[in-house]
Design a protein around this ligand. Structure first.
Ligand code: GCV
Length: 857
């Protein structure tokens, strides 16, 4: 949306920042090593780095330290094998606990000791972070990770696409093969290592069936090679049918001796190529993937055959707990997708091998804006478990909205499930104590293997995740996986300083924006635990409220005449009883259920009074207005930092905030309109349906445009938009009623994936603004229809208007015939048919509002 920033503004931004900051593309992420303001405080730090280590990781650690210190402190640092006099000494110390490091000073200088080469790297990155944040160098106690498994999962397909990837194509694959140039993959491993992540599963859990072919394995080994210096181990998602599909066997039954032998030989083949291979991730019996149920076998039967094949080589199996039936019966009031985790796994507790870990999504449904934590965490007492979170913002704005997810994850990790101890009494069992293996230890009292997995889905976009702010989520994931007690404000502050610099205004603004952003997003999407309310049958980006209902996917909220919400009490689906008794009692009672989870657990009338004192529906209206306004305020907040941040990243981020401000209004209006219609209860403050300054496109004088019904209706103001099928263009004309003055004029329109419609705004025949619907924003994915994910707006600022002036919107559709039957490359392997991507310049409404940095509400 280049057009959103006036050219004059861009030039001013470049001039004012030119002398203080250089343009950046975000590829350095938080490892920018920008010169620090007060380098003098570190003047006694020795300039020689002594490292005797011969391994690639030790060399990488020494070189990283040299590079970081030289850049931040503005004086040369060198690496030597030996040193006389004071030095920074990088040393291996086998006495330290596994993967641990310690920073200490003595008369020889500063020591960064690691229990392994990878741990030396962790120590180095931590030390560099101290310097970047200008903290004092002190002796630190030994730092150890909270859990063994600290991985990212990437849902990359061998054809180069990424399932739920919002930042371009795969950094690993293209055209059915591993890329020839793996530079980005190596750089990614460096980023992961810098926050203590030690594994990366590079392919989609919906794994290509021939993932384990000898040819592909040889190619995967090249990825492992570029990961290795950074202590990041390669893992692969596999399909359980592999013994049959690529092995040529007549079965994949996990207890069949031929299948057992096949997996053993496949494991041996892998370890020959990749000696430090981390292991397999398995999605089975879920969303169309085949699994052990086909042979009447259990998840443990399937996981264990793999685990036994990997065990001699030191590998692990991450078996996903995301097993559910996506053909549930909507008419069955007892059916409940949320129950699936516990129903499918608890009977197998204690039967999984010690190198199997059940990978459990944070909530029982699917990464919604808010869900309760999965009860499966507290239900498995004799099984290793890990938590799966999603840095890829599938349901949280797809890296077009700023949502700081560590706030959500910390809330999840701190949620105390109150599982009973050996004496049967409830005790403190926060999720973090379970996934780090302490709450339900091994029989000998030692911590179970556990961990943290982030579905990250970085792409070829220079800045990895498209939204510069989204990188705070990857950084925060690493920090929380290393230590789940890390305060989120500490994460936001440190990331902000390292990413955006130490200017006081930047430090005061960015963390504050981040820390409120989850609530803002939740506030203008799905409230009170109802789910995100996105179009679950589409791309999960914009609103599409009823898409969740009346189908087999089970993301239901049962919005009915009498009320709304899933009744998961004992009178309903009984799901609440899957939690330990103390927490179940809290969720079962309307007196104690928190407002923000109400609709996940209870079906209540629309005028139900919340603990906050408001009725449910009024609270929804109020929250949506407040949150859309909070999203709009990101724009002026960000603009206040102009000149304090390099212009390239500043401008890119500004575009995203401008988009978010408009899209938050799409969300706000869709949900408020839907609730008003469904409940029949008007907004006590008369805002819903009364939008000052808004002119519906279908209600003004139109030339050439024709009205269309938008589906779902709530994603257009008044349910309708105007489209233009005339290659010469169409116009909407209105007479200004406002008093003379300067105004913002916003045009709400739809930007399809492919075509490029052009628009111009004229006042009394004179062009005052023009733009093209030509960006990848929105939609984040391919969409050929006007709806909640293609809806966007253009705002022209400072437009002089006077009463009686003629305002005209002139739209030129993109009718190129080559757009008529298009199959996007990313969908080429799917069942979809080519679609018509001509863009008929759809317009929803025009709104005139106060001049200034806020888009008119
Ligand atoms: C990789 C959700 C996503 C799917 C994803 C699945 C999973 O359903 O929409 O894209 O598939 O979760 O986690 O396996």
């Amino acid at each position: 949306m280049k057009h959103l920033v006036p050219k004059t503004f861009l030039i001013a931004a470049c001039l004012s920042v030119g002398l203080t900051a250089k343009a950046e593309d975000g590829s350095a992420a938080w490892l920018r090593y920008a010169p620090i303001a007060n380098a003098k405080q570190y003047e006694t730090l020795p300039a020689v780095i002594v490292s005797r280590g011969e391994s690639a990781s030790e060399r990488a650690a020494a070189e990283e330290l040299r590079r970081g210190l030289t850049s931040m402190l503005g004086r040369p640092f060198t690496v030597a094998k030996n040193g006389r006099g004071a030095a920074i000494l990088l040393t291996a110390d086998a006495h330290l606990p596994s993967e641990s490091y310690r920073i200490a000073r003595n008369i020889h200088g500063l020591h960064i000791d690691g229990s392994s080469p990878a741990a030396e790297l962790y120590g180095v990155f931590h030390f560099l972070e101290l310097i970047a944040s200008q903290r004092p160098i002190r002796d630190e106690k030994t730092q150890s990770p909270s859990a063994t498994i600290r991985w990212t999962d990437e849902w990359d397909n061998l054809n180069g696409t990424i399932e739920r990837g919002y930042a371009g194509r795969s950094i690993f694959f293209d055209n059915g093969h591993v890329r020839a140039d793996l530079t980005r993959a190596g750089e990614y491993a460096r980023l992961l290592a810098s926050v203590g992540i030690n594994g990366c599963n590079v392919n989609n859990v919906n794994a290509d069936l021939d993932t384990l072919s000898p040819e592909h394995l040889r190619e995967f080994a090249r990825i492992a090679d570029v990961f290795r210096p950074w202590g990041v181990k390669l893992a692969l998602s596999i399909d359980l049918t592999s013994p049959q599909t690529i092995g040529g066997l007549d079965t994949f039954d996990p207890v069949d001796p031929k299948v057992i032998a096949w997996w053993q030989s496949k494991a041996a083949e892998i370890y020959k190529l990749i000696p430090d291979f981390a292991g397999f991730t398995v999605k089975a019996d879920s969303e169309g993937r085949k699994g052990p149920s086909q042979y009447g076998r259990t998840p443990a039967d399937a996981a264990n055959v793999l685990a036994r094949a990997l065990k001699p080589h030191g590998g692990v199996v991450l078996y996903r707990g995301f097993v559910y039936n996506n053909h549930l019966d909507w008419n069955d009031r007892k059916a409940d997708r949320a129950r699936a985790g516990v129903d499918n796994f608890v009977k197998n507790d204690g039967t999984f091998d010690p190198n199997v870990i059940i990978q459990i999504k944070e909530g029982p449904i699917d990464f919604q804006a808010r869900e309760p934590v999965s009860p499966l965490f507290a239900a498995l007492h004799k099984t290793n478990v890990a938590i799966e979170v999603q840095t890829a913002q599938e349901y949280t704005g797809q890296q077009r909205h700023m949502v700081f997810l560590p706030s959500m994850w910390k809330w999840v990790l701190d949620t105390d499930l109150r599982a009973p101890g050996a004496d049967g009494k409830p005790r403190a069992t926060p999720v973090k104590s379970i996934v780090t293996g302490h709450a339900f230890p091994n029989a000998d009292g030692s911590a179970r293997m556990g961990g943290f997995i982030s579905v990250t889905n970085v792409g070829l976009d220079a800045n990895w995740l498209h939204h510069p702010m989204a990188m705070a989520n990857l950084y925060g994931f690493g920090r929380l996986a290393w230590n789940p007690d890390t305060p989120v404000d500490e994460i936001a502050n440190t990331w902000s300083t390292m990413t955006w610099g130490s200017d006081a205004a930047v430090r005061a603004t960015v963390p504050k924006m981040l820390l409120g952003s989850w609530q803002v997003y939740e506030g203008h999407t799905g409230p009170n635990g109802i789910g995100t309310l996105t179009n679950i049958l589409g791309y999960h980006f914009g609103p599409g409220i009823e898409s969740a209902e009346r189908n087999g996917w089970g993301q239901w909220f049962r919005g009915e005449k009498d009320g709304i919400g899933m009744d998961r009490t004992s009178a309903g689906t009984g799901y609440i009883q899957q939690y330990p008794p103390e927490l179940a009692a809290k969720y079962e009672s309307l007196a104690t259920i928190p407002d923000d989870l109400l609709l996940f657990f209870h079906h209540v009338p629309y005028d139900y009074r919340l603990h906050s004192g408001k009725t449910l529906v009024q609270s929804i209206y109020d929250t949506h207005y407040a949150s859309a306004l909070a999203a709009a305020e990101y724009v002026p907040q960000w603009k206040s930092l102009q000149g304090r941040i390099d212009p390239e990243r500043y401008t890119q981020t500004l575009h995203l905030f401008e988009f978010q401000a408009g899209h938050a209004i799409v969300w706000r209006d869709a949900i408020n309109q839907w609730f008003a219609k469904q409940s029949g209860i008007p907004d006590a403050m008369h805002r819903v349906g009364n939008d000052p300054g808004r002119m519906e496109a279908e209600a003004v004088k139109a030339d050439g445009f024709t009205p269309v019904d938008v589906t779902p209706w709530e994603t257009a103001s008044g349910g309708k938009a105007m489209v233009c099928h005339d290659a010469k263009g169409c116009t909407l004309t209105t007479t200004v009623q406002q008093p003379s003055g300067k105004y913002n004029v916003a045009v709400q329109y739809y930007d399809m994936w492919s075509g490029i419609s052009r628009y111009e705004l004229l006042v009394d025949g004179k062009r005052v603004a023009q733009w093209s619907a030509d960006d990848t924003l929105p939609p984040a994915q391919f969409d050929a229809a006007p709806d909640g994910q293609t809806a966007t707006r253009f705002t022209a600022q400072g437009i002089a208007l006077h009463p009686g002036a003629t305002m005209t919107l002139h739209a030129m559709p993109d009718m190129r015939s080559e757009l008529e039957h298009v199959m996007p490359a990313a969908e080429a392997n799917s069942q979809l048919r080519p679609r018509d991507y001509r863009e008929f310049a759809p317009v929803d409404y025009i709104v005139i509002g106060p001049d200034g940095d806020l888009t008119p509400q």
